[in-house]
Ligand binder design. Structure first.
Ligand code: ADP
Ligand code: MG
Length: 675
């Protein structure tokens, strides 16, 4: 019986050499091996008759060897072995190359299972280099594991088999009986056996469900632990100031949701443990004003705030907004971005560390070498998912346990937010400022492009401005040529005579700023841009947006994009152009025409594309989920979250020892998060 905690080299058949290969797969212990799950299966339970094999496809055939031909040496080092097999429906010629051992092991008169591509024609069926098994073997469903060079499926199967032999639930079960029962879960040992060696296809689903549940539960409990830990450190307790000075200087009245969020932040910051809060809100729900209120509260308590944005455009935008919101009440706001001159950066940093600024807005330059602060009490990050966890915690370290506020980029479903931002408390801005008009959204095919352009021209002639979002390019490809060529084309064609500006990520910051300013001041009619406008520009006079190749974007991203229009008094429009022939793709875009609710859109997006669309594949510091799928397992996520609520208090008890250990292990590999 294998000891699960011992090193993989001690498992029968492994040894130190192979252990190195296993380590490449992330397998260090026997336990790691039994949680190294198959990525798929080969199912030999229902072989196809040779006569009905699908040509040029992989088929599984069960047949008796009737004749072995003598080996043929076709050239140096290449020997062909041929045999003839039959299953009564037809004959099959099987060819193997260079595999004397396999050939010799097959006997005339015995039955085998052959799996491989069937070629030939109606009268002659062939299969080359098949996977071959004795047809007597019990495991008709074979696991296929993720591999690395030097390891084979057979070896891995053998190792897993020997590791699992003698497995009992007492040795591996993570969950107390009552939770298993309540959530309708299979015992751990059974789940492991069934996921590796299912007897029938139907075994896999409940086994996978059980193991995915464990993974989600561990993640959620880990997040809850982090939250507790963050709460045990001390912070600067702030006194509630009179907010009148702030609100009276605003050019608008705060929404109910904004007021609620500010009150929740205030309650957090009054305590002597750091605030750790996420503002989850739809595009245009006014997260910046909430952030500004928090900066105001900090400043009235003599504490400094920083606001970090993922791009310079966005930082500039926040800088402008915060100045507009806060300077009337006497606060000083500074800007620190990478493209400032070295001298200027040093000046800002020095002023910041002397405490001359109440708020410093910037990009990652905010926490680079040399940046210093004075009584840093509040760290705000916008569009958090674009930052690595390490970056965020580096900034947090600049202060002495500052309060933390995170503004989400995308409204995401609450269950998902709990998983991903689980160490944060959440305030939801579910109300848009009054008077926002619905952005009329149309999805059209390229055939209607010139009509769409005519529509845009009409808006321009009526005094409006337009965004034209350039065709998306492959990731990693340079968008410079793409966007400027495209702009030239428009300049000569559909939009001849209009003033066109170009904005893309690779422009120097000063240039970007200039283009933005000109667009904002009405010196440009059209801004041709890449998705850099997604997060930045706020131009109330812009009333129409046209997006090329809209099907290449995620729905949430498109929703973000169109949030750039509809910010002023004009009726606003968004035209999505797609040449995608797929029904599916067009259906997806229709969702945008039918609703303006960002939460509903992200839910649909999640179902259609998975969470990668919001967070990128790395998911920014989240431990990678191996089994569970944040998009597909929403029912299970909810179940795990509810179970976590019940279990968090029981983690110290003997019945939860294994679970508790698992949670600690996860947190161990994840220490940057605590900051
Ligand atoms: P987001 O939540 O997308 O970051 P912003 O903070 O950029 O939204 O706000 C969007 C726009 O709405 C800004 O022009 C901002 O000044 C304005 N705004 C914010 N709050 C209100 C409000 N309560 N009433 C009217 N306009 C508001
Ligand atoms: Mg914003």
């Amino acid at each position: 019986m294998a000891d699960f905690d011992s090193g993989i080299q001690y498992l029968k058949g492994v040894g130190p050499k192979r252990a190195e290969l296993f380590e490449k797969l992330g397998i260090k212990t026997v336990r790691d091996l039994i949680y190294h799950l198959p990525r798929s299966y080969m199912d030999f339970t229902s072989p196809t008759a040779i006569a009905s094999a699908v040509l040029n496809e992989v088929n599984i055939i069960e047949a008796e060897v009737v004749k072995k031909e003598p080996p043929a040496l076709i050239r140096r080092g290449m020997t062909i072995y041929r045999l003839l097999a039959t299953d009564g429906s037809d004959d099959l010629t099987v060819t193997v190359f260079n595999s004397k051992y396999l050939f010799d092991s097959m006997r005339v008169g015995e039955k085998y299972i052959f799996c491989g591509r069937v070629t030939g024609n109606l009268t002659r069926r062939e299969m080359s280099s098949p996977t071959v098994m004795k047809s007597t073997v019990a495991d008709r469903i074979q696991p296929i594991y993720p591999l690395t060079a030097g390891l084979t499926q057979n070896l891995l199967r053998g190792c897993v088999k020997s590791a699992l032999s003698g497995i009992t639930n007492a040795r591996v079960e993570l969950l107390p009986e009552d939770i298993l029962h309540k959530c309708g879960l299979m015992p751990e040992a059974e789940a492991l056996l069934k996921i590796h060696f299912p007897k029938e296809r139907e075994d896999v689903f409940p086994a996978r469900r059980r193991l995915a549940f464990d993974e989600l539960l561990t993640l959620r409990l880990g997040m809850m632990r982090l939250r507790e830990r963050a709460r045990s450190s001390t912070a600067y307790a702030l006194k509630k100031p009179d907010l009148e000075g702030f609100t009276s200087a605003l050019p608008f009245k705060l929404t109910g949701a904004q007021n609620r969020a500010i009150a929740e932040c205030m309650a957090d910051m009054e305590r002597s443990v750091p605030m750790n809060r996420l503002i989850l809100g739809d595009v245009g729900s006014g997260k910046t004003a909430v952030a500004a209120a928090c900066c105001y509260i900090a400043a009235k308590n003599g504490a400094q705030s920083v606001l970090m944005a993922p791009t310079e455009i966005l930082a500039l935008q926040h800088y402008d907004s915060l100045r507009a919101f806060l300077e009337p009440s006497g606060l000083k706001v500074g800007l620190l971005i990478g493209s400032l001159t070295k001298k200027k950066k040093a000046e800002v940093s020095e002023a910041a560390s002397r405490g001359e600024y109440d708020v410093v807005v910037g990009t990652h330059a905010l926490f680079q070498e040399g940046a210093g602060y004075n009584r840093l009490g509040l760290v705000i990050t916008d569009e958090q998912h674009r930052f690595g966890v390490a970056q965020r915690s580096a900034l947090a370290k600049k202060g002495n346990n500052p309060h933390r506020l995170v503004m989400s980029a995308t409204p995401i479903p609450r269950t998902l937010a709990l998983m991903i931002y689980g160490e944060l408390d959440i305030s939801v801005l579910d109300e848009l400022p009054a008077g926002r008009r619905k952005i009329e959204t149309y999805a059209v095919t390229g055939k209607l492009r010139s009509r769409a352009c005519a529509f845009v021209r009409k808006e321009l002639d009526a005094g409006g401005q337009a965004y034209v979002v350039c065709p998306a390019v492959e990731e990693g490809a340079s968008d410079i040529k793409n966007v400027s060529d495209y702009a030239k084309e428009l300049e000569k064609g559909e939009f001849a005579g209009y003033r066109i500006g170009v904005l893309h990520g690779q422009l120097p910051a000063a240039k970007k700023e200039e283009v933005m300013r000109r667009f904002k001041d009405g010196e440009l009619d059209i801004l041709v841009c890449t998705t850099v406008v997604e997060v930045g520009v706020d131009v109330p006079n812009a009333s129409v947006m046209m997006v090329e190749n809209a099907d290449r974007f995620g729905l949430s991203q498109l929703h973000q994009l169109r949030g750039r229009v509809g910010r002023g008094a004009r009726s606003s429009y968004c035209i999505l152009i797609t040449d995608s022939a797929s029904e599916e793709g067009r259906k997806r875009l229709k969702i945008l025409s039918s609703t303006n609710d960002g939460f509903a859109i992200s839910e649909a997006d999640l179902e259609l594309r998975g969470p990668g669309d919001f967070f990128g594949s790395a998911q920014h510091g989240l431990p990678p989920l191996k089994i569970a799928d944040l998009a597909a397992d929403s029912e299970l996520i909810k179940l795990a979250q509810d179970a976590a609520e019940l279990l968090i208090k029981r983690l110290g008890s003997p019945e939860c020892e294994a679970l508790s250990k698992r949670v600690e292990n996860m947190l161990g590999g994840y220490s940057v998060f605590g900051g």
